[in-house]
Design a protein around this ligand. Structure first.
Ligand SMILES: Cc1cc2nc3c(=O)[nH]c(=O)nc-3n(C[C@H](O)[C@H](O)[C@H](O)COP(=O)(O)OP(=O)(O)OC[C@H]3O[C@@H](n4cnc5c(N)ncnc54)[C@H](O)[C@@H]3O)c2cc1C
Length: 372
């Protein structure tokens, strides 16, 4: 039995752990520094490319009341206070676009394959070719090491660094009066706001992405936004049908990695630790899931080479990064004439199903080859 050590019980670490545990040829240990069992609400979007992979690890058994199958995406121009168009997702029947609470996904992954037996709550301080070192200087040896410890990984070489994008996200979850199954996207000057349902119980997640100087978060990356009322006008645009009063808002400074890095010396990096990028195409979790599945296929074919994984994934990740950065520019346009052209193009695309399919196809239709 091969002994595999995974650092980080986020989405990438857990999805890989599920595949390896299902296979039964591996003895896996997942090291996590935080208490991942604490209840916490945070929306996450999973596009069809990632859902197809999750289905291979029993996602069909996920409680359907705890997710939302998205029926469409509505675009709004905040400055015109008007809806531009709605992109229907009706054509995504077999592999829908889903949204859910990140914690529910984490719990599902842990419970489906009894990963509680494999997760060890311990902070990793260092790694070398075959060993993981912990805070108390103890050491554990493995045949293969995988690092899935997120964008702020302390285990990468120093030249791989997260860089502040110039944007921060203000995020929260709230309960509304009616259930809707659409994503709403408001585009303003230097900001955009996304609101989507995360279950069938009228719970919604919102993310306001704002251009703003880096705010040093005092008590953690995902801390409660402190001065919400005082800063309300500055950070929160006003909406007729939505108020942010009395909602706990968390600030999430958005970082991106200066380089794609899938590892060295047979230590694999996956997910945000390999390629953290800005979230404006909602592909962070989906790419973490694709990475995990790609690496799993390498491992079962006894392909132990980080360079091969990099070669296999780099074009896909570069394309997603470009699309995410383009989206940010398009969403935040300042000049009227550019916004007018943008709105016209959005209207045109949303009017024809073949155009909707075309603009989404490179992301949604992607399938990882299993005979890499
Ligand atoms: C504002 C915002 C909105 C987003 N919205 C979406 C969305 O709608 N859809 C989507 O697909 N993606 C979204 N993302 C991105 C998504 O959250 C991440 O890309 C995805 O969760 C990456 O998963 P990961 O497992 O690689 O890393 P993480 O989720 O960061 O997990 C890393 C884990 O490693 C642990 N860890 C770290 N260091 C150590 C250590 N030294 N020892 C032990 N454990 C350690 C951490 O505690 C954590 O549990 C968003 C991101 C942002 C910033």
């Amino acid at each position: 039995m091969k002994k595999i050590g995974i650092v980080g019980a986020g989405i990438s670490g857990l999805v890989l752990a599920c595949f390896l545990k299902k296979n039964k040829n591996y003895d896996i240990s997942v090291y996590e520094k935080d208490d991942i069992y604490l209840p916490n609400s945070n929306g996450i979007q999973i596009s069809p490319n990632a859902l197809r992979i999750l289905k291979k690890i029993n996602f069909d058994l996920f409680n359907q009341k705890k997710l939302c199958k998205i029926t469409g995406l509505s675009f709004y121009d905040y400055n015109l206070n008007a809806k531009i168009a709605r992109m229907s997702f009706d054509y995504l029947k077999n592999d829908p676009y889903i949204t859910l609470n990140r914690n529910e996904l984490i719990n599902f992954l842990i419970n489906q394959f009894s990963l509680k037996d494999n997760i060890i709550i311990k902070e990793v301080t260092n790694i070398n070719d075959k060993s993981i070192f912990f805070k108390n200087d103890s050491e554990e040896k493995f045949d293969t090491l995988i690092v899935a410890d997120g964008i702020f990984s302390k285990l990468r070489p120093e030249k791989i660094q997260p860089v502040y994008s110039g944007y921060s996200a203000l995020r929260g979850v709230f309960t509304d009066m009616i259930q809707v199954n659409d994503i709403d996207l408001w585009m303003g000057k230097n900001f955009h706001l996304v609101k989507y349902p995360i279950d069938q119980n009228k719970n919604f997640s919102f993310t306001l992405v704002n251009k703003m100087p880096f705010v040093k978060v005092v008590d953690g990356y995902d801390s409660k936004f402190k001065d919400i009322n005082k800063n309300n006008n500055f950070y929160f645009p006003k909406f007729d049908n939505m108020t942010f009063d009395n909602i706990k808002v968390k600030i999430w400074p958005i970082f991106k990695l200066n380089k794609i890095f899938y590892g060295h010396n047979n230590i694999y990096f996956i997910g945000d630790s390999a390629h953290g990028f800005i979230p404006s195409r909602a592909q962070g979790a989906a790419q973490a899931i694709e990475d995990s599945y790609a690496l799993y296929n390498f491992l079962i074919q006894n392909e132990f080479c980080t360079k091969k994984l990099y070669k296999f994934r780099k074009n896909r990740i570069k394309k997603i990064i470009t699309k995410s950065e383009n989206n940010l520019t398009i969403f935040h346009l300042n000049i009227f004439i550019f916004r007018w052209i943008r709105n016209l193009i959005i209207k045109l695309i949303c009017s024809y199903e073949f155009l909707i399919k075309f603009v989404n196809s490179s992301i949604f239709d992607y399938k990882i080859k299993e005979d890499l």
